[in-house]
Design a protein around this ligand. Sequence first.
Ligand SMILES: [Mn+2]
Length: 273
Amino acid sequence: MNVCILGIPHDANSSHMRGAAEAPPLIRKELFSDAYSPWTESGIQLTRDRLIERGDIAFGEGDDWDTIEAHVSAAIDDGSPLISLGGDHAIAHPILRAMHRRYPNITIVHVDAHADIYDAYQGNRRSHASPFARIMEEELASRLIQIGLRTINDHHRDQFARFGVEAIEARHWHDGYPLELSGPVYISVDMDGLDPAFAPGVSHREPGGLSTRTVINLIQSIDQPIVGADVVEYNPLCDLGNLTATVAAKLVKELAGMMIVNAEATSLTFRLP
Ligand SMILES: [Mn+2]
């Protein structure tokens, strides 16, 4: 079992400031740096041959959403799990369109300071504040579990009720929180789900967030097949000494490790009939 890595350098739907599109090469640089161990905490040696490099999407021709969906579909076509490097969070919508086609009953575990479930934000239905509204409208996930939230407003609460979202605020999250997952899991990590003390390189710093350790513990607690993940909203323009790139690379590493561990444990291949 190998894991695909795809860069999606797209930040045109960011509401406050751009910059997240610059992230993929910087995360890769840390991921493959000789300064760090290639071993995951879960016991997998993440040599380069275990990470299938799918490059960065070059945007320009055609609709960006269709382009993202096509690249993701191609990456997961052989049953490989995929980690997408954002880009802003808007890209989760076309990614999930592709994921849903292959895995119809996916559960999304979403780490974020924000619910990203506005019906529209600043008039933009593709806003990075809105992808989970589109995902739930199109029924691309069976469950949406949001973890680490600390900016909930009344509109979000209406959306949670409308879509049956399981929203767990940062103040209520703890190691060992029972998620009772079953079936394929997709993990979407907005770097601002972490506290800015750990990940300052984000466009919207929201104090009171999760520690790096807490997010890794969450990833390692998932005992179901992890078929896809994204690490989004790292904004190098806001970073301090590449700290957030290093944290993002660490999360990518632990995500890849658990993708391999769980796939080998369950011996599921997810090949279509
Ligand atoms: Mn966010």
